[in-house]
Ligand binder design. Structure first.
Ligand code: SF4
Length: 291
């Protein structure tokens, strides 16, 4: 099993470093470092919750496989909130709690879910990643003005994106945000199993950003990688190894220990269905025609 330092401690400190500018982060560093060291505490760098598999774009090389959903769907809001509350009940701190799609701004009850995340004292930062095809309405903007809020705008250079308008709204409302201009993507390849050895899976997983960040919850289960979550949801892969079942694991010390073991995993079976390690660069956001 991988070391606590590399898989949890260091990513937590890095996440704070990225989210809190300079000296203002000293108090947060101290609090998180103390909780990371104290026995029995449960602090994790980030969690991403999928709200919908519907997207307003249709990217050919989507790492999360959205174009393969014949029947994309919104998740039931009450169930999503119950899963989030169960998870938060069993941890002490999540540094960054992300809401994602598909495109999260087309999820009808984004505001309701965001409010739960923002109100939790266990969440240090709430994050939304958007493709900026849909602008937030006034009630969402009001919520987003919360000091814990952070918005990541992905700019793929697709015509229907309103990146400048979205960023202007963020500035006008004092909402922390970044605009990430992608110059290239790495092609993840198809959904077939590649037959890689366990040694190869370990090597690829540990070299990948996803082995330290972006644990993804979909339908009450946490996955080691967002691609794995959708590979399982679409039926291309079955895995018990890559999953921590939030909904069906009883609350208590066993939950915390199970989640820690999950974070410290040495490999992900999802890497057997992924070409990221090949590093083949492709144009970002290339659009497929809708069926
Ligand atoms: S499947 Fe493996 S290599 Fe591909 S993105 Fe996920 S963790 Fe990285």
């Amino acid at each position: 099993m991988s070391s606590y330092f590399n898989k949890i401690f260091k990513p937590c400190i890095n996440e704070i470093h990225n989210l809190i500018p300079g000296h203002k982060g000293i108090g947060a560093y101290a609090r998180v470092a103390r909780d990371l060291i104290l026995p029995g505490r449960a602090v994790f760098q980030d969690i991403v919750v999928i709200l919908t598999t519907r997207c307003s774009l249709n990217c050919k090389n989507c790492n999360n496989l959205m174009p393969l959903y014949d029947k994309p769907y919104h998740l039931d809001t009450d169930t999503v909130i119950a899963d989030i509350l169960k998870l938060l009940e069993n941890v002490d701190t999540i540094i960054k709690f992300g809401l994602l799609g598909g495109e999260p701004l087309i999820y009808p009850e984004l505001g309701r879910v965001l409010q739960v995340v923002l109100e939790s004292p266990k969440v240090m930062f709430a994050d939304i990643t958007t493709n900026a095809t849909v602008l937030p309405d006034s009630s969402l903007l009001k919520l987003m003005r919360h000091p814990k809020m952070f918005v990541e705008i992905s700019n793929y250079g697709v015509k229907t994106q309103k990146v400048q308008d979205f960023a202007a709204l963020m500035r006008e409302n004092g909402i922390r945000h970044t605009v990430d201009k992608a110059t290239s993507w790495v092609a993840p390849g198809g959904t077939e199993q590649r037959g890689k050895s366990r040694e190869q899976l370990e090597k690829e997983y540990n070299a990948c950003y996803s082995s330290r960040y972006c644990r993804t919850m979909l339908n009450g289960k946490l996955y080691l990688c967002a691609r794995g979550a959708h590979l399982c949801d679409l039926g291309y892969m079955k895995s018990e190894h890559d999953v921590f079942d939030v909904r069906n694991t009883p609350s208590g010390p066993g939950f915390r220990e199970g989640m820690k073991r999950f974070y410290l995993s040495d490999y992900a079976e999802a890497c057997n269905y992924c070409d990221h390690a090949l590093g083949k660069k492709v144009k970002p956001g290339e659009q497929l025609k809708r069926k």
